[in-house]
Design a protein around this ligand. Structure first.
Ligand code: PLP
Length: 413
């Protein structure tokens, strides 16, 4: 979806320099076609079995993007009452919404139950008690799965490993069977499945398979006790290609490997986030200033760590490309691409060999659709940036740039 034509970078059939001129920078730009293609890849891989593909909406919760996914049949994986609210607004069928998270509040549980979501992915015994009690008050039954920590350690950044022994997520592996036996005795709990989610940006299938096999053992044990587990919710976590040369397994490969672990009668849920929206969104920024310091070139852009925190938080790599193709004979220099925020950690890319683009030119920070806008903040009192959706030749503003007044909107004194 991203290509140079006659020296200009395009997303679908829209020239990015035109987007920059019309909407200003910094701006998140998304390709609708890429989102649809990514989802279709999952859907095709699922055809052999029954189940749901629930978009992990913490990766990007823009209403217009949620709506695209709801319209093509996706479910939603949520982590808070706020996300459930956004998903309902965007048109997701509540019977396709699942809800995980280690710290669900009474208000959130009540909200989810009243809106009849499909299931809670329960992460502790105390949460189970809370859900049972709240459901009893509402005179309904709550569908649940336990999120079980399978104790695997996929090769990814430590902040995004979740299925390893010692993380805060899920019921410990040893307690999993006990959790199901406890849930069976609860009057307002209806057991429908089991859930595991081992981490994010995982580029090898092996960890998923190891986790699935461990989960299968729990399923067998639980079913021996007369408790039926209909849904296997395998979480998300499949990585995307951020850097040239990275090898990325396909959803088809992941899903067929997991299918082979479980019995044919099981239904499946997958919760992809990054692999749906990551490569469909990019951050468009302008070079404000350039300078040499300490033997290095600095490009200072209008996109900062408040707009995209992944490089700062995870030392994440995003390829950065000039929006106008640079002549091959223009000199390239080792550069840091940094933002205007007052922190040394405010960078979008370090030690990149980049051509000396001019002041006022635009750069595209690629593959920033996941955990980009969703993690943005107003730090340094920088109003939240604009978001634009491209659909073939059309460009639509999906979130307008905030202004100074928005910064103080909720201040009451
Ligand atoms: C974050 C998360 C996901 C999505 O992970 P990706 O790596 O973005 O696919 C899915 N399920 C749960 C429970 C999560 O917390």
């Amino acid at each position: 979806m991203l290509e140079f034509r006659k020296g200009d970078l395009y997303i679908e059939n829209v020239k990015l320099s035109d987007v920059a001129k019309e909407y200003g920078t910094s701006t998140y730009v998304y390709s609708k076609q890429q989102i649809v293609n990514n989802f279709e890849n999952y859907k095709k891989a699922m055809t052999l079995r029954d189940g749901l593909i629930c978009f992990a909406c913490k990766t990007n919760s823009s209403g217009a993007i949620l709506k695209i996914l709801a319209d093509i049949g996706a479910g939603a994986d949520t982590t808070s009452g706020g996300e459930i609210y956004r998903c309902l607004k965007a048109g997701f069928n509540p019977s396709k919404i699942v809800y995980a998270g280690v710290g669900k509040t009474v208000e959130e549980i009540e909200y989810a139950l009243k809106n009849k979501i499909f299931m809670f992915n329960v992460e502790s015994f105390e949460e189970l008690d809370a859900i049972d009690k709240i459901a009893a008050n509402l005179k309904i039954k709550a569908n649940i799965a336990f999120r079980v920590n399978p104790y695997v350690n996929p090769d990814t950044h430590s902040y995004i490993v979740t299925g390893k022994k010692g993380t805060k997520f899920g019921i410990s592996y040893e307690d999993a069977v006990k959790a199901y036996l406890t849930a069976k005795r609860k009057k307002n709990i209806n057991i429908v499945g089991i859930h595991f989610h081992i981490g994010s940006q995982i580029l090898e299938i092996e960890s998923f398979v190891v986790a699935a096999k461990k989960i299968k053992k729990i399923v067998d044990e639980v079913e021996k006790n007369g408790i039926r587990i209909s849904y296997i919710d395998c979480g998300g976590g499949l990585g995307i290609k951020y850097e040239k040369g990275e090898k990325v397994p396909s959803p088809k490969c992941l899903i067929s490997e997991i299918f082979s672990v479980f019995d044919k009668d099981k239904k499946f849920i997958f919760e992809p986030g990054r692999s749906i929206i990551g490569n469909a969104g990019h951050l468009l920024a302008k070079v404000l200033y350039r300078k040499m310091s300490g033997g290095k070139n600095f490009f200072i852009t209008d996109a900062g760590m408040n707009d995209l925190i992944r490089p700062t938080l995870y030392n994440a790599y995003h390829e950065i490309i000039p929006v106008k193709k640079i002549n091959a004979n223009v000199k390239k220099v080792r550069s840091d691409v940094v933002g205007p925020v007052c922190e040394s950690g405010d960078f979008v890319g370090r030690n990149r060999i980049l051509p000396i683009v001019k002041q006022g030119e635009y750069l595209l920070i690629t593959c920033a659709g996941a955990y980009g806008a969703a993690m943005s903040s107003e730090y340094n009192s920088r109003p939240l940036l604009a978001e634009v959706l491209i659909d073939d030749k059309q460009t639509k503003l999906i979130r307008k740039r905030a202004n100074y007044k928005d910064l103080i909107l909720n201040e009451v004194l």
